[in-house]
Design a protein around this ligand. Structure first.
Ligand code: SF4
Length: 300
């Protein structure tokens, strides 16, 4: 715990770099922000985008606002969020991670700059726990995973959000799944390489669905016909108020991306948990309606 605190202090956001766009508050964002968007959805009442970077726009007053702000601070991939007082209540909040979303599904927090701040997720499922994409490696977080039963599988939605998966694999001896279309120098040693475009049954609760487009080997993961982990395939846009795909950041094939979003109409789910962008939840009908709006948006 001691070494963790020291490391955190060393990496803290710098007060000399405080953005003038922050309002007066103990919390601040400095000018190293990479606009990954994590704090926008983790603590939307405190942080927002101002001039292509994040800024504090409301002082956290309630305990819940403080907790959400601290969780965002700890999850920021570039340590761009700080407190002027070096608030001692922040480091102990690391014990909250992974953060429960719903049922036995968690957000890992501690985003990594190596994956441009993408979110990763943890499913606690009997003896078949799954890590989806990878947070930055922290011994403290690894211990928290251990206390929840360890990690049996790691599924990588695509080759860009792998962060510290090697370190988690070394610790938990988990089998990593990635699609062959996303095999590169940095992923070629992963244990299981998936092929084809048909869904793959991982276990009774979990399907891996190939969705080429954003990258050649992108996949999404459907858990219990309820949670869809989408990597960089699609996310929710508060601006459009519906799901959307990253047509301006499509690295492989936009037409294929659209087909892959259409393919998801064959499945049922009520949660969208993306790598980048905002999560979303609604009824089956609301999510389907939002998916159709996403397809129309991508075809424009
Ligand atoms: S989490 Fe950090 S890097 Fe990402 S938008 Fe917020 S301040 Fe910027």
């Amino acid at each position: 715990m001691r070494s963790y605190k020291i490391k955190l202090r060393k990496n803290m956001a710098k007060q000399q770099n405080i953005r003038p766009e922050n309002i007066k508050s103990d919390f601040f964002v400095d000018s190293t922000c990479i606009d990954c968007g994590t704090c926008y959805w983790m603590a939307p009442s405190i942080f927002k985008r101002v001039g292509n970077m994040s800024a504090v726009y409301k002082d956290p007053v309630t305990d819940l606002e403080f907790q959400k702000s601290a969780e965002a601070l700890l999850s920021c991939p570039t340590n761009s969020i700080g407190t002027k007082s070096f608030n001692k209540k922040i480091a102990p909040i690391s014990k909250n991670f992974p953060l429960k979303i719903s049922d036995n599904v968690y957000h890992t927090g501690f985003h990594s700059e190596k994956s441009y701040g993408a979110a990763s997720y943890f499913i606690q499922d009997d003896n078949e726990n799954i890590l989806i994409d990878s947070p930055r490696y922290l011994k403290k977080l690894a211990n928290n995973f251990k206390n929840l039963g360890g990690i049996k599988y790691q599924i990588l939605t695509h080759k860009d959000d792998i962060a510290d998966t090697d370190r988690y694999q070394a610790e938990f001896k988990s089998n990593r799944y990635i699609h062959k279309g996303d095999i590169a120098e940095k992923t070629k040693h992963y244990e299981i390489q998936l092929t084809g475009n048909k869904e793959i049954i991982l276990n009774k609760n979990t399907l891996i669905i190939p969705v080429p487009g954003h990258t050649k080997g992108s996949v999404v993961i459907l858990y219990k016909n309820k949670f869809l982990f989408t990597g960089d395939h699609l996310a929710f846009s508060p601006k459009f108020k519906h799901l959307y795909g990253f047509k301006n950041h499509c690295w492989y094939d936009l037409k294929l991306l659209i087909k892959s979003v259409e393919k998801l109409l064959d499945y049922k789910f009520t949660w969208i948990l993306p790598g980048h962008g905002h999560p979303f939840s609604g009824t089956y009908e609301e999510v389907r309606d939002s998916l159709i709006k996403c397809i129309n948006y991508l075809k424009k």
